[in-house]
Design a protein around this ligand. Structure first.
Ligand SMILES: [Zn+2]
Length: 139
């Protein structure tokens, strides 16, 4: 017998470093860090710029527009909570600012997803701490 706890999906762990990302996500803002030294954007969250090792950064808001960089269609999921939704798409999207992010493509059939497909962010409020960014085709 399946207990409720086992049916809930694994969620991202919140750490000191990535907490701002999830706090902004909660406000339905997709923000990443921008280095104040070299002006490059970076993700995942880290105190040190991966480009120039500066420790100075700010959180800047992305447009939410992206394209599919690569993807797989998951037909059989190991985790029971995901199995109910199979088939679904796990994709790496690239935002127009150049940030790559692993997510799900929703709002279309998995077989309709293609590389370079224009997508935009939608925010899925999972619980009171976590909002997940997912992406759907731009109409
Ligand atoms: Zn830098």
């Amino acid at each position: 017998m399946m207990r409720n706890q086992e049916m809930s999906k694994p969620l991202p762990g919140i750490s000191e470093e990535n907490k701002p990302f999830w706090d902004y996500m909660k406000q339905h803002e997709f923000r990443v860090q921008k280095c104040l030294e070299c002006s490059k954007l970076f993700y995942p969250p880290t105190p040190m710029c991966p480009h120039c090792m500066s420790m100075e950064s700010e959180w800047v808001k992305l447009s939410g527009k992206a394209k599919v960089y690569s993807f797989v269609i998951v037909h059989q999921a190991r985790h029971p909570a995901f199995a109910r939704e199979a088939p679904y798409v796990v994709a790496i999207i690239e935002t127009e600012e150049g940030i790559r992010y692993t997510t799900n493509i929703i709002g279309c059939k998995p077989e309709d997803v293609f590389v370079d497909m224009p997508v935009e962010v939608v925010y899925e409020d999972v619980n009171d701490k976590i909002t997940l960014p997912k992406f759907k085709p731009v109409n």
